[in-house]
Design a protein around this ligand. Structure first.
Ligand SMILES: [Zn+2]
Length: 450
């Protein structure tokens, strides 16, 4: 992804920047941030071009650590409205069973475009629905990420415990364990990049304790260890899940996870709403990270993730927009605001500031995806940068530019850079016909919901 032949670029004199000692901006070369320019200084680089950021607030690119792109096709579906997680899933599984490769391609493109325009430079996705005909879903997602120029950690999701085995999903959307493991190995060996500047990565992700068997959970952990890739799943999302685990496994979800060999530093977990104080310590000791999904937890009334207690115990916490059928949007900057409001409401002033919420979506999210080269503006980091303008109606009259992003409700970037390359310019993704995408995506959604 680095643009080796381009000269250094000084992103100059921003209104504000989320970095210390970079009051006059940053210099980008060869895909990385090579220099922070402090107040009163100019770049040390002998030659550079300049981008005048005088109208912009500059953030590290936001990182989304939990999502289900295909769910953009089932937003605000009447049959699933006003339901908690289990009945919500039961209402939607039959629709998702009708997904086609074309629908997955459109949903992935639409979700990624939404994410990028919200300031997101790296996303994960958790695709776990594999009805017959959808075997190439991860391959489709890889090709879309490459086309749009976004970093993606795509998880090879899976379900193999269907209704006939006491699970939640219908038989038509699950696969058998051998098929899942063979395909997991295939997509890792084909697509997973390692090291700094990786743009496409793969992780393994059985869906949840109520849709994957213990055997698949254990085998996935062993395979992730052998292939050295990350592990992801939903955990501690609802009280229903606690009850399900207690009945089926006679233990709480985290005990079950540990039994399956998952409690370690290659794992990050979506939700973590219902962990207790003992579990905070065990997660921290193991180096397992948690993704906070503020919007989704509120829409489904799942509860509130104890973010401050997790962080105080030493657990890394990132943000995720979660599936577009429980959010129902793919906007990471709005998720920052939602997390700020929810957690400040829970913990109060002095515990949670706008800077905490921005940190969750950047440094905290980078820890979830196991990356040390993104999530911060610093010399040597990847040049993944989001630039927001503050000249809209909603920002007029604001004082502190960084606080204004969160408090006034920024939701769209003006420019976005991934690995030193502009992938959003003037609020648009070059080469993407948004009107045509909406038309085709809407048609696919209508077909699915018919
Ligand atoms: Zn989810």
């Amino acid at each position: 992804m680095p643009n080796d032949t381009a000269p250094a670029l000084w992103i100059k004199d921003p209104l504000a920047i989320l970095a210390d000692g970079a009051e006059r901006g940053v210099v980008v070369a060869d895909g990385r941030i090579v220099e922070l320019v402090a107040a009163g200084n100019t770049p040390r680089a002998p030659e550079f071009t300049t981008f005048d950021a005088g109208a912009h607030v500059v953030l590290p690119g936001l990182i989304n650590t939990h999502h289900h792109f295909y769910q953009t096709l089932t937003r605000a579906v009447p049959v699933a409205l006003d339901r908690e997680l289990f009945p919500w899933l039961r209402a939607l599984y039959p629709l998702w069973a009708r997904l086609t490769p074309e629908a997955v391609e459109l949903a992935t493109t639409l979700a990624m475009a939404e994410l990028m325009l919200s300031g997101c430079t790296m996303t994960t996705d958790h695709h776990y629905v594999f009805p017959p005909g959808l075997e190439d879903s991860v391959d489709i997602q890889v090709s879309v990420a490459k086309r749009l120029g976004m970093r993606a950690l795509l998880t090879r999701g899976s379900m193999n415990r269907s209704q006939r085995d006491g699970g939640l999903p219908p038989d038509s959307v699950v696969q058998d364990e051998d098929t899942i493991l063979a395909d997991s190995e295939r997509v890792v060996s084909r697509y997973h990049q390692r090291g700094d500047n990786a743009s496409i990565q793969i992780a393994l992700a059985p869906c949840s304790p109520f849709s994957a068997t213990t055997s698949l959970m254990r085998a996935s952990a062993a395979l992730a260890e052998r292939l050295n890739v990350r592990l992801h799943t939903h955990l501690a999302e609802t009280e229903d899940e606690n009850r399900y685990c207690l009945e089926l496994h006679q233990c709480r979800p985290l005990d079950y996870l540990e039994e399956c060999g998952w409690l370690g530093e290659r794992t990050w977990l979506a939700h973590g709403v219902h962990f207790n104080a003992d579990e905070f310590k065990r997660l921290a000791g193991a180096g397992t990270a948690v993704t906070h999904c503020a919007c989704s937890n509120q829409v489904l009334a799942s509860g509130t993730c104890p973010v401050c207690e997790l962080e105080e115990a030493g657990v890394a916490v990132g943000l995720g927009v979660d599936g577009s059928a429980s959010n129902d949007s793919s906007n990471v900057m709005q998720e920052v605001r939602a997390a700020f409001l929810l957690q400040r409401g829970r913990y109060g002033i002095g515990k949670v500031s706008h800077r905490d919420a921005l940190r969750w979506a950047t440094k905290g999210s980078a820890a979830c995806v196991g990356r040390a080269d993104v999530g911060e503006i610093g010399a040597g980091m990847q040049a993944d940068i989001a630039l927001f303008r503050l000249d809209g109606l909603r920002f007029s009259g604001s004082g502190d530019p960084l606080a204004a992003l969160v408090l006034c409700g920024a939701h769209r970037v003006d420019r976005l850079m991934v690995g030193g390359r502009w992938v959003v310019e003037n609020g648009q993704i070059p080469g993407l016909d948004v009107a045509d995408l909406i038309r085709r995506h809407s048609a696919a959604a209508r077909k699915l919901q018919a």
